[in-house]
Design a protein around this ligand. Structure first.
Ligand code: ME8
Length: 479
């Protein structure tokens, strides 16, 4: 069974921050989970390098766009390994393969493309055409980027998105194209109710030079969003590569809440135009804030994930991001909350369950575990939550089990059984504890791969393999 999962591809005009890791980690959990269930997986990510926004930034720094793009794309590429993301592919929209295939896709869509005049507004920050009514409502200034909309009047190519309104609507309401959470799905259906308009899909080369040329019209370049969305199939070698034939449609596409319109409306329109299937599921996550505020350079509150990972390890970072960011809503990072989770949940709850069990088996049975019974815990809830991308809840389920195990140890008091010399009973209790921990390790595999491997390593062979140090040492001061 195949499984294809994608993240959005970030612009390269800024530095990666904590917020960007949510998407990488969410997709990584699903990919690791699918692999652990025997699926053949492709997890893809990459960088979105064309358009005015990236061009503008390169100019500001006095660099050629190509040089700037190479440098920044590399920085983004390093974000994956830093958070232990197991992506199989990394696509750049400046890869020749993407550029060539994008031209081919344009040609394939040509019966839905026509030339017209665009007269309206554009925000380079959003890389988006803005309607008259939106520009008016925002008093001529983009509220996200705090810069005035540019008035443009130019010859553009248009894509007949309007002709796909009904098909897109049907795909969403029938569930063939699933969007979660429901609030996001309803937002999209709200837009569809009004009907879709045709969209502009090119810019004059004299205004934006950094883009993929429109086939047979060197005076125009493709609109960056139109071309960037194509990465999801060019990365598989659309149209002829066996990977495309095997892996498309995507099983899950993971994106942030600010770009759902592009992925839930324009992208499906393009796919209908190409005559290929829509993805099975679009998972729309929220934003991570810092101390309740939007992450922004101007607020000077940017935290790079490396700061957290260097101090506390990658699994502690993954844990906080995935458990303490609501999967269907916005989340918040503060050092205080992070430290509370680290000390309370990782060190005291999970770390203790592991170290107590390990220490007692070494002490009472010279490290010999004996036969480990299969675990009796019902993990149906965990699997259901993962199917719905509820990472926060899936981890909560695992922690219920961790807490349950600590409670079991406190109630059974193996140290007292040891005093009573009932060796068989002691062996059973300790073996049960190991069995529970091995199941916990299995459930943690997609989330905390290093911790999961360590637990399996300690208990997995029937004889304790002592750990060096503890799983989550208390490097953080308790308040
Ligand atoms: O939109 N918390 O790129 P981008 C969580 N190039 N997620 C966040 C976030 C935060 N604070 N800030 C940003 C683009 N994101 C396009 C995508 S796909 C064909 C093209 C998420 O660099 C954001 O929602 O602006 C998006 O999913 C991703 O980071 C890249 O954003």
């Amino acid at each position: 069974m195949k499984y294809f999962i994608t993240t959005s591809i970030p612009y390269i005009n800024g530095e990666p921050h904590i917020g960007h890791t949510y998407e990488l980690l969410a997709a990584d959990v699903l990919a690791r989970y699918a692999r652990s269930r025997g699926k053949k997986v492709i997890l893809s990510t990459g960088t979105d390098e064309h358009g005015g926004k990236n061009e503008e930034k390169a100019k500001e720094l006095g660099k050629s766009v190509k040089e700037y793009a190479d440098e920044m794309s590399q920085r983004w590429r390093e974000l994956g390994p830093l958070v232990n993301m197991s992506n199989d592919r990394f696509i750049r929209t400046t890869d020749p393969g993407h550029e060539q295939r994008a031209a081919l896709i344009w040609k394939t869509l040509s019966k839905f493309i026509y030339k017209g005049k665009y007269s309206g507004w554009y925000c380079t920050g959003c890389e988006a055409f803005v309607t008259e009514s939106t520009a008016k409502a925002n008093k001529g200034t983009c509220p996200i980027h705090n810069r005035p909309y540019e008035k443009i009047e130019e010859d553009n190519y248009f894509f007949k998105l309007s002709s796909f309104s009904k098909q897109i609507s049907e795909a969403i309401t029938s569930g063939t194209f699933r969007i979660i959470p429901t609030t996001r799905k309803n937002e999209v259906l709200g837009i569809l109710k009004e009907g879709l308009e045709d969209i502009s899909i090119s810019r004059p080369k004299e205004k934006i030079s950094w883009g993929i040329a429109v086939p047979d019209d060197p005076a125009q370049v493709m609109y960056v969003w139109f071309e960037a969305l194509m990465n999801y199939i060019t990365v598989l070698g659309y149209p002829e590569h066996p990977d495309f034939k095997e892996f498309w449609p995507a099983d899950v596409q993971v994106i942030g809440k600010d770009i759902s319109r592009f992925h839930a409306l324009i992208w499906p329109g393009m796919l209908f135009g190409l005559g290929i299937a829509l993805p099975e599921l679009l998972y729309v996550h929220g934003f991570i804030n810092i101390e309740g505020k939007k992450i922004s350079k101007s607020l000077n509150n940017v935290i790079h994930p490396k700061e957290v990972i260097d101090k506390h390890g990658v699994d502690a970072f993954r844990y906080y991001i995935l458990r303490h960011t609501p999967s269907y809503d916005d989340g918040d990072f503060t050092w205080e909350k992070f430290e509370a989770a680290y000390n309370g949940e990782l060190a005291n709850e999970l770390g203790n369950a592991v170290s107590r069990t390990e220490a007692m088996i070494i002490r009472y049975q010279r490290g010999l575990i004996g036969d480990i019974p299969p675990s009796e815990h019902d993990s149906a809830g965990y699997h259901k939550y993962l199917a719905d991308c509820r990472f926060d809840r899936a981890l909560e389920e695992v922690w219920e089990q961790v807490r349950g195990l600590n409670q079991y140890i406190d109630e059974q008091k193996p140290w007292e059984i040891a005093k009573s010399k009932d060796e068989e009973h002691l062996r059973q209790v300790l073996a049960y504890m190991c069995s529970d921990l091995l199941q916990i390790a299995e459930l943690l595999l997609p989330f905390l791969p290093e911790t999961s491997a360590k637990i399996k390593d300690i208990f997995g062979t029937g004889i304790i393999k002592p750990t060096k140090g503890t799983l989550f040492p208390k490097t953080i001061q308790q308040k």
